[in-house]
Design a protein around this ligand. Structure first.
Ligand code: DOR
Ligand code: ZN
Ligand code: ZN
Length: 439
């Protein structure tokens, strides 16, 4: 019996080295990796000569919006952006409108995502104001709980030390990751000036918040803490000092790696996001944390779409957040091709690392028996243009930036979803809800 599909004679990374191999897919799974000439017969052949065959990116921090914010993004447009960006799995944050807190909220979100998705979509939930109201049946369906110290998801979820302790205990009891956005818990009012914004969201506050969490975490060794979008060099250093196996993990975004606040004028809302862009010193420290010291485990887009009119405002009034699904892979592979990141680090931070952090099994590696979630990439020069995004959000601080890699074919569960600008699967046909390995 021929296998379903063969990706023929592409460049595969084996032990950090580029080698020419063919990858076969059968029943949605990677069937094998073959030296050219030794492949089994296949029903469909896709020539990958000169192209890279890589595991699809697993982006564990995206805001898919939809529901009452479907003008900003829907599961369809958001996951089309993912597929076009070489991202085969996204994990959606719970700060939607309405927020995802109860089992019912989640079921409703899953139903919409299932109808509209083009890639795998997993979910996080927020924690109800009374911890005892956490529904046990929700826990196996989510990949983690998200904690926002600066913007409570609902009434009464302000993060006092006592509440943090209860959240950490919850994580320890169920072995479920707690994702947190380090920020001062006092922040709520809209800052009036550009300088106020930066003072409120300073590195000092990021560090203080992290230290507070780490102190409480120490009381619950078994808890799993994942630190979202580390933006300051000092934060990366503290993380490295506190790492204990996989119970403390962290992520960084491409914008905090490759952009600095000084590049944008004070009036410009395009580059407004939380946490804000920092200094060249921070860029360098984060890149080091990601590559050589391993203080940081993964790269995420923090895809946070807003409407154009909400971003084309003076900095003070603009919404925080930028689209990132279509720029993550090109930017990270540009760093690989410019020798700033090794192949092994790229594969770890973009695919296998995120799967490991959340306990997602069978994804994130090109190897026999793994899910066939694959991106085929062309090494070519092109310029980032927001208007070409599949996301509804078109305003990017990377506008006009030259990159050296382009995802050309995206395969999810063995099916070709995206190929050279076109979509080849109907919404809802491919993808599933990835789940955690339960202990
Ligand atoms: O810039 C941001 N936008 N940071 C966040 O933490 C939330 C996000 C959003 O949902 O828009
Ligand atoms: Zn955040
Ligand atoms: Zn976010």
């Amino acid at each position: 019996m021929p296998v379903d599909r063969i990706l023929e004679r592409g460049i595969v990374i084996v032990d950090g080295i580029e080698v020419v191999r063919s990858v076969t897919i059968d029943a949605g799974i990677i069937e094998g990796i073959y030296e050219p000439g030794s492949e089994p017969p296949a029903s469909e052949r896709i020539s990958c000569e000169g192209l890279y065959i890589l595991p699809g990116v697993i982006d564990i921090h995206v805001h898919m919006r939809d529901l009452e914010q479907d003008d900003k993004e829907e599961f369809s447009t958001g996951t089309m952006a993912a597929a076009a960006g070489g991202v085969t799995t996204v994990v959606d944050m719970p700060n939607s409108v309405p927020p995802t807190i109860t089992h019912k909220d989640l079921e409703e979100k899953i139903a919409i995502a299932t109808e509209k998705r083009y890639v795998n979509v997993g979910f996080y939930a927020g924690i109800p104001s009374k911890i005892r109201h956490v529904e046990e049946r929700l826990i196996p369906q989510i990949l983690g709980f998200k904690v926002y110290p600066h913007t409570p998801l609902t009434e009464g979820t302000h993060y006092t030390k006592e509440r943090l302790r209860e959240c950490m205990k919850l994580s320890a009891e169920y072995g479920i990751p707690l994702l947190f956005h380090p920020a001062s818990a006092e922040i709520d009012a809209k800052p009036k000036t550009h300088d106020d914004f930066f003072q409120l969201h300073s590195c000092e506050n990021e560090v203080e918040s992290l230290k507070q969490f780490l102190e409480i975490k120490a009381e619950f060794y078994e808890s799993r803490l994942h630190v979202c979008h580390v933006s300051c060099g000092t934060t990366a250093r503290i993380l490295l000092e506190h790492r204990a196996e996989d119970t403390l993990t962290a992520e960084v975004t491409p914008h905090h790696l490759f952009l600095t606040g000084g590049e944008f004028s004070h009036d410009d809302g395009r580059a407004k996001m939380l946490p804000p862009l920092r200094s060249p010193y921070d860029n360098e420290a984060l890149l080091q944390g990601l590559s050589s010291t391993c203080g940081i485990d993964c790269v995420v887009s923090d895809h946070a779409p807003h409407e154009t009119f909400e971003k084309r405002l003076p900095f003070r009034d603009a919404e925080s957040g930028i689209p990132g699904l279509e720029t993550l892979l090109p930017l990270m592979l540009t760093a690989v091709f410019e020798d700033k990141i090794s192949w092994l680090d790229y594969l770890r931070v973009c695919s296998s690392g995120p799967a490991r952090i959340l306990g997602i099994t069978g994804k994130g590696v090109i190897a026999k028996g793994y899910d066939a979630d694959i991106t085929v990439v062309s090494r070519e020069n092109w310029e980032i243009r927001g208007r070409d995004f599949h996301s509804k959000a078109k305003i990017t601080p990377f506008e006009g930036q030259n990159v050296k890699a382009r995802p050309v074919i995206t395969i999810v569960g063995g099916e070709v979803v995206y190929s050279y600008g076109g979509f080849f699967a109907d919404p809802g046909v491919v993808g599933r809800v990835p789940l955690r390995r339960l202990r």
